[in-house]
Design a protein around this ligand. Structure first.
Ligand SMILES: *Cc1c(COP(=O)(O)O)cnc(C)c1O
Length: 412
């Protein structure tokens, strides 16, 4: 192909910083439409993305939304998603990694970007250079950021203090908060601009546990106030909490719901019926064969025909995020109708029993996630359904669509 790929793979990217060879982060790699030969691709519906943002805005009221775009925006492609949401009114974004934040800055994103993962390696200077908002929870981070601010001769850096109110993953324990806050206020290079916590069970049947965490967060904020620390931006809510109206402070951090998947409580209540799926993953039939009753198909002959059958090979496999655990469980859509997988999902391909799909031909479209309308009907396979088959949560399904699958952006 004569066209230039959107991302040039595997070139270390040197930021325009004065920090020398150390100040390098690897540019994330993904297949771009210009690279595409194979017909397998993920379509990202930007209108649905905006719709979901507006639905969540309605739920969050005066609380501003900083959508969570970690893991390449849950697989949807962070730069395009961020540009779309920034234009739709997002007041900030959250990511896990410094690399992810820098990618958004380089895509032209101007709103605050919160780096939630807490790991800065020796890149504190790059966090400052790119105007990122780091999450802090231990003394070593305060020391390193203060040193970097002094060294660069910059304005005080706005940091977000993470408080562990019950997730026990990351954050200052409430019992250690006073000591940590003392350290923070003693450093003129840093400002406690934000305070945050994260819910362990915002999707439990009852909101009691989340409400407990809200209470502990409020107690922690009171502790901070006594020490003269008044964070301007307090935040706690993920998607489930936003949809249940729990822990809505100044900002909320929805992730999965932005991508059109409504979280479901542990007792099965779907928390919204207004969201629209953003992803559609499709491939094609690349081979067709008739097999006799008793013949096997695929590695280990995990499937054997119990009748004369027509088997279609499709160009998607576990290296694309079409997980091997779907073997024997999943169906795909062909000509608008469901067809079950047969045999083991392999790395680049899978096989489907299309005996009952009238009129199937080579190169017919196959949908593995999303809606298909065809001559035999119209049907949808949701991320929830895929997760049910493979034993994964919907978060894993979305961010599992691998970077080998090019993303196409749609404005239908
Ligand atoms: C991933 C994440 C979120 C978003 O969670 P969803 O359930 O996808 O809405 C919010 N806050 C933190 C700290 C996270 O890690």
């Amino acid at each position: 192909m004569g066209s230039v790929p959107m991302d040039t793979p595997s070139q270390p990217h040197t930021s325009e910083t004065p920090f020398g060879a150390d100040a390098r982060v690897l540019r994330p790699r993904r297949a771009a439409p210009a690279d595409t030969v194979r017909a397998t691709r993920a379509e990202v519906n930007l209108a649905a993305l905006r719709h979901n943002f507006h639905v969540l805005s309605k739920h969050s009221g005066t609380t501003a939304l900083w959508p969570v775009l970690k893991a390449d925006a849950y697989g949807h492609g962070a730069p395009a998603v961020a540009r779309t949401l920034e234009r739709a009114g997002a007041k900030g974004f959250c990511v896990a990694l410094v690399e992810e934040a820098i990618e958004l800055r380089e895509a032209g994103i101007r709103v605050p970007i919160l780096v939630m993962g807490g790991y800065y390696g020796n890149h504190h200077d790059e966090v400052i250079h790119h105007g990122l908002a780091p999450v802090v929870y231990e003394a070593g981070q305060l020391e390193a950021f203060a040193r970097a601010v002094r060294f660069l001769g910059k304005e005080p850096l706005d940091v977000h203090v993470k408080i562990d109110t019950g997730m026990a993953r990351l954050g200052v324990r409430p019992s250690e908060l006073a000591t940590f806050a003392d350290d923070l206020v003693s450093r003129s290079e840093l400002r406690a601009f934000g305070a945050m916590t994260h819910f362990a069970s915002a999707d439990a049947a009852s909101t009691d546990h989340a409400q407990d965490q809200v209470r502990r967060f409020e107690e922690s904020l009171a502790t901070l106030r006594q020490l003269g620390v008044k964070p301007a931006v307090r935040h706690a809510a993920n998607s489930a909490a936003v949809l249940r109206g729990v822990g809505l402070f100044d900002v909320a951090r929805p992730g999965i719901a932005i991508f059109g998947v409504a979280p479901r409580t542990s007792d099965g209540v779907v928390l919204s019926d207004e969201l629209k799926p953003v992803f559609r993953v499709r491939s094609e039939v690349i081979a067709l064969r008739d097999v006799k009753s008793g013949e096997g198909a695929g590695y280990g002959h995990l499937w054997q025909a119990t009748r004369p059958s027509r088997v279609a090979t499709i160009a998607i496999g576990y290296a694309d995020g079409f997980h091997r655990a779907l073997t024997g469980k999943a169906s795909v859509l062909v000509r608008g109708k469901r067809a079950p997988l047969v045999g083991a999902v392999s790395m680049d391909m899978a096989m489907v029993d299309v005996t009952d799909i009238d009129g199937i031909t080579l190169h017919d479209e196959v949908v593995v996630l999303g809606t298909q309308e065809g001559p035999l009907g119209k049907d949808t396979i949701t991320a929830d359904e895929l997760g049910g088959w493979s034993g994964q949560i919907t978060w894993e399904i979305l961010c599992g669509i691998s970077r080998r699958v090019p993303r196409f952006y749609r404005e239908p």
